[in-house]
Design a protein around this ligand. Structure first.
Ligand code: ASP
Length: 426
């Protein structure tokens, strides 16, 4: 982006601590306050006084996601339709997302087989999972459900995949109507998009406060849960380390390497430019909540065109879940190990592919990956109660996997942008 001359007011604003540092401070203070308060007051007594700020921040982000996704995808697709690039960009985007998700699942598979955290796990620490066991999702049903029978229902229930489908369809047909209508509808969508982006800028400024409240509440809850703390000391701790180790490999080696090779930019600078959305994903456990920030920073800081950012990022947020696929794979095999079930190589390969499908079907909201785990377990006949084993550490696994989910999307955006000849500003 071209450097603009700053007014005195802008110069003053620039001297302020960058937002990602403010968020990091919010996370650190949240951890301290959460632990400290729980030492003196039970978590449920103090949490209502802090939690509301986090809930309002999350609601505000979710409030803008649906209009943002609809307008940006429809506009992006209409833009691609003009240059006949829709098929090509969509093909590259899907290929990149599926490729990286498969790598993530394979990393999970390798690590869990090498470390074997489940062997000898204490099954008595398992929690009851009556709610989750009922949450079976049929795959055919999911695929059919992508085409919404009622778009307003999809909008009100926040069914992103259906909304994306409708937006792609809508955007595609914008270019098929009379020029007069084309201009009107594009102007309208562009105007709404601009307003939503301005709203996004405003809400993001509140991130440090929202993140502080979310983290304080979560940490306070965990700090008061002695059973969870006890179990982390045992094999569950090793399980968490395997998940984190795999995610670090995916997010710290594989994805940066792909950015380096394919987008030809410094991957660490890319991560630093995307740090606000990465930290938001980490602290909110929702890649959907981080989506508006992801779109803004990919465009404003990395130089990805709005056409590509608007298509690749909402799509990625819905179907590209590197962290989730890795988690599904590690957890399914961990559960098999804990129950002393020997899985054949074929069964393990099936777990990799089912993890990919489950990750595609996972919504970008907290704990969704854990619900989808029932599918993976079902396919290879593993006990659903096994989920009870890992419930205590769900938060610890959800935070980093959401971060990698969101970061993986932004890698897709810069790589596809580069492949389309765009000039990145990283
Ligand atoms: N929380 C994750 C996300 O929002 C999904 C999951 O639970 O794996 O991306």
């Amino acid at each position: 982006m071209a450097e603009e001359t700053s007014t005195p007011v802008e110069k003053k604003a620039k001297r302020k601590l960058p937002l990602h540092w403010q968020i990091l401070i919010g996370i650190a203070l949240g951890i301290i306050v959460g632990i400290f308060l729980t030492k003196f007051v039970p978590h449920d007594k103090w949490s209502p006084y802090i939690k509301w700020a986090g809930d309002m921040f999350l609601n505000a982000l979710r409030m803008i996601v649906i209009p943002l996704v609809f307008c940006s995808i429809a506009l992006g697709v209409a833009g691609m339709g003009e240059s006949n690039s829709l098929g090509r960009i969509a093909g590259k985007t899907f290929a990149f997302y599926i490729f990286t998700t498969l790598i993530a699942a394979a990393i999970g598979l390798t690590m869990v087989n090498l470390v074997k955290p489940g062997v000898g796990a204490d099954l008595r620490l398992s929690e009851s999972v009556t709610e989750l066991a009922g949450a079976k999702v049929s795959f055919i049903g999911q695929i059919v459900g992508i085409v919404p029978s009622n778009i307003f229902q999809a909008l009100t229930t926040g069914n992103l995949l259906s909304i994306i489908f409708f937006a792609i369809f809508f955007g595609f047909f914008i270019n098929k109507v009379n020029e007069k209508y084309q201009t009107t509808i594009k102007d309208l969508l562009e105007s709404i998009n601009e307003v939503i982006m301005k709203m996004t800028f405003f809400i993001i400024k509140l991130a440090p406060y929202g993140v502080f409240a979310i983290v304080a509440n979560v940490v306070g809850k965990q700090a008061g849960d002695t059973k969870a703390l006890l179990s982390i000391a045992g094999s569950l701790g090793i399980f968490v380390l395997v998940v984190w180790g795999g995610l670090i490999l995916q997010g710290g080696v594989v994805l940066p390497l792909l950015v380096r090779i394919l987008a030809k930019v410094n991957p660490w600078r890319h991560i630093s430019k995307m740090s606000t959305s990465i930290l938001t994903a980490f602290s909110t456990c929702s890649s959907t909540a981080a989506l508006p920030i992801n779109i803004r920073d990919s465009q404003e800081k990395c130089g990805v065109s709005s056409k590509i950012a608007s298509f690749t990022l909402p799509l990625g947020c819905t179907i590209n879940m590197n962290g989730t696929a890795l988690y599904e794979c590690v957890t399914a095999i961990f559960i098999a190990q804990a129950y002393g079930i020997d899985l054949t190589l074929m069964q393990q390969i099936i777990i990799v592919f089912t993890s990919l499908l489950a990750a595609i079907g996972t919504a970008g909201i907290p704990m969704a990956g854990m619900v989808m785990l029932t599918i993976v377990l079902n396919v290879v006949g593993l006990p659903l109660e096994g989920i009870g084993l890992v419930l205590a550490v769900e938060q610890l696994c959800d935070m980093p996997r959401t971060m990698i989910n969101s970061y993986g999307d932004s890698c897709g955006a810069v790589i596809i942008a580069k492949s389309e000849g765009e000039k990145l500003t990283i």
